[in-house]
Design a protein around this ligand. Structure first.
Ligand SMILES: Cc1cc2nc3c(=O)[nH]c(=O)nc-3n(C[C@H](O)[C@H](O)[C@H](O)COP(=O)(O)OP(=O)(O)OC[C@H]3O[C@@H](n4cnc5c(N)ncnc54)[C@H](O)[C@@H]3O)c2cc1C
Ligand SMILES: NC(=O)c1ccc[n+]([C@@H]2O[C@H](COP(=O)([O-])OP(=O)(O)OC[C@H]3O[C@@H](n4cnc5c(N)ncnc54)[C@H](OP(=O)(O)O)[C@@H]3O)[C@@H](O)[C@H]2O)c1
Length: 526
């Protein structure tokens, strides 16, 4: 059987998947809808920076260049870093740019037979069955469509791009009745800097959302318009945001990114001893969360503006709801350039927005919906088969049901990289790409379909405890090391990767700890 592999998307995840698959001697083809690599980093707002300190958003074997001195590099520096990775590892020749995948369809195995399989793809192997994926690819320049056939597909289409989450409204309460303009943060991000500045200049702006996009856009509006035209940020659920990565001098890495910190939380499939430890250490878990919260309440005027989150710091950390505060954000709030309002619901009227508990409308010229993305629907829409659409979606309030956050137990010859979130997403996509490369090379054995489904449920039930209603984000924030341990064990690699017991338990884990999980092979260069 041929072993053709297609990767869809050349953002950070697609580049990683390609690099590791190449190292195993495959000859992949990467379909990228746009004309460049780097995905969403090509279209961010002017002020966007990396939220992580750069050493935690770094390829394990390709450090940031010494010319980047900033701790939090700008979006341009991130894009250049991704581009130079693609050049360095000879990935560019494998990418077909301007090639949008319209759909993928699994052909060649009767569905009735597939339903009776005990093992993934019938054999438990990546290339075990007779089926092939038919990939319809549209050339975005001439609009012609070609169908490619491959034995394996890797979906790296991005979780936070492409399909915006637009709230729905009853008739006559939506944007259609509003006399101003409504855009999503995605549209604002895709504008060039001059047009974006022009759009917001001297406008009364309302921004809906309380997450990172909303905060960043509010900060940009404040910078452009000052107190003369203050923008209003409408928050449904305030979350914990950090002005820096330390709490009274203690780095967040020591509180949440080491093996000791993971002893304090319950983990999927934990042994009796680990469960016991997490239970008796729960006061310490609570104490660390309160320590972080006390620092933020002391440092920021959250009480004054009524935006103390209801969730604990640990809950926000575990559900990837934590972010970095834009510089001087609360100075702008204090000055009056940003007005914070809490509202559980909103609707439109001619003059602006109607917020709950307020009788008068909020008069507005421009509404920016920083309401996030529908990454799950984007994933679903790739599949032609309704059965696979249903499989990949799972139930609406569950996690996307992926074993090891990579393969669906009932969708053969296909992997997803870049859906599950972590506090540093490059790191997550890299370890998964290494696992995938081992798997394609025949070095990872999958359990039966039933066992994989059981494992997915165990993870879901465990992650529910901390992630609550954000479960769908598949955030592995507080159990990142435990999760990587499972992948390392599958790959037959040492999962404890530090030198010495003290370092193992107390030093923060990061990308370079997972360098070299796959062996090297000679690959094509430009
Ligand atoms: C503004 C912003 C800032 C962020 N900052 C951080 C951060 O600081 N730290 C962090 O850890 N995470 C951050 N994230 C999360 C972010 O999603 C990841 O860090 C990461 O860059 C995502 O890479 P990706 O390759 O998975 O997805 P994307 O960058 O979205 O790339 C997906 C690629 O797939 C292509 N594609 C999609 N559909 C198709 C198709 N049908 N056919 C062909 N090609 C297709 C797209 O064109 C794109 O190039 C941020 C997210 C956003 C929105
Ligand atoms: N590096 C950077 O500087 C940077 C910049 C931007 C984004 N990002 C990253 O990109 C990802 C996406 O961030 P995002 O802010 O665009 O999206 P997001 O994290 O999904 O947040 C969406 C926000 O919209 C709110 N919302 C959704 N539907 C709503 C409705 N019907 N009514 C009112 N509020 C509604 C949500 O509130 P609820 O919580 O109540 O649902 C939430 O506050 C995140 O990982 C983020 O960290 C990073």
């Amino acid at each position: 059987m041929e072993k053709r592999v297609a990767i869809i998307g050349a953002g950070m995840s697609g580049l990683l998947a390609c690099k590791y698959i190449l190292q195993k001697g495959f000859d992949p083809i990467v379909f990228e809808a746009t004309e460049s690599v780097g995905g969403l980093w090509n279209h961010t707002i002017e002020s966007t920076k990396l939220q992580n300190a750069k050493e935690t958003y770094q390829f394990s074997d390709f450090p940031w260049p010494s010319s980047v001195e900033e701790v939090f590099p700008s979006h341009t520096q991130v894009l250049e870093y991704l581009e130079s990775y693609a050049q360095h590892f000879g990935i560019i020749p494998y990418i077909k740019f301007n090639s949008r995948v319209m759909s993928i369809d699994y052909v060649g195995e009767p569905f009735g037979e597939m339903k009776s399989w005990d093992l993934w793809g019938g054999t438990g192997k990546p290339f075990g069955s007779r089926g092939k994926w038919h990939i319809s690819v549209q050339d975005s320049k001439c609009c012609s469509t070609e169908v490619h056939q491959v034995e394996f597909v890797v979906l790296c289409i991005g979780r936070f791009s492409g399909v915006p989450n637009i709230p729905e409204f009853p008739p006559n309460q939506g944007p259609e009745v509003f006399s101003g303009k409504v855009i999503h943060s995605m549209d604002y991000s895709s504008m060039d800097n001059a047009s974006a500045a022009e759009l917001i200049r001297r406008k009364r702006i309302a921004i809906v959302g309380s997450q990172k996009s909303a905060l960043d856009i509010a900060a940009e509006c404040a910078k452009t318009n000052g107190v003369e035209y203050p923008c209003t940020m409408i928050q449904r659920t305030p979350h914990w945001f950090l002005p820096s990565g330390t709490f009274w001098g203690v780095s967040i890495g020591f509180l949440y990114f080491n093996r000791f910190s993971e002893l304090l939380v319950h983990k999927p499939g934990e042994t009796f001893l680990l469960k016991f430890l997490a239970t008796i250490l729960s006061p310490l878990r609570w104490g660390i969360s309160k320590f972080a919260e006390s620092y933020l309440r002391w440092k920021l005027p959250l009480k004054k503006y009524g935006v103390i989150p209801k969730s604990s710091f640990l809950q926000d950390f575990s559900s990837c709801q934590l972010g970095m505060l834009p510089e001087n954000f609360y100075d702008q709030v204090e000055k009056g350039s940003i007005i914070l309002k809490k509202s559980q619901s909103f609707s439109f009227c001619k003059e602006g927005l109607l917020l709950n508990r307020e009788h008068r409308p909020l008069k507005t010229d421009l509404v920016i919906l920083a309401t996030g993305y529908k990454g799950d629907q984007k994933l679903k829409s790739m599949f032609k088969s309704q059965v696979y659409q249903k499989y990949i979606s799972g139930s609406p309030n569950s996690m996307i049901p992926l074993y090891r956050q990579i393969v669906h137990p009932r969708i053969p010859q296909l992997a997803v990289i870049g859906y599950a979130e972590g506090l540093s997403n490059l790191f997550g996509s890299e370890v998964r790409s290494q696992w995938l490369a081992h798997f394609l090379d025949g070095n990872v054995a999958l359990p039966s379909i039933k066992e994989m489904e059981k494992e997915v449920n165990v993870w879901e039930n465990s992650m529910k405890q901390y992630a609550g209603r954000y479960l769908r984000r598949s955030c592995i924030g507080s159990i990142n090391i435990w999760y990587n341990d499972q992948l390392c064990k599958d790959m037959g690699c040492q999962h404890k990767r530090k030198k010495g017991i003290f370092a193992e338990y107390f030093q923060p884990y990061g990308p370079t700890d997972y360098a070299g999980l796959t062996s090297k092979r000679v690959i094509k260069t430009n």
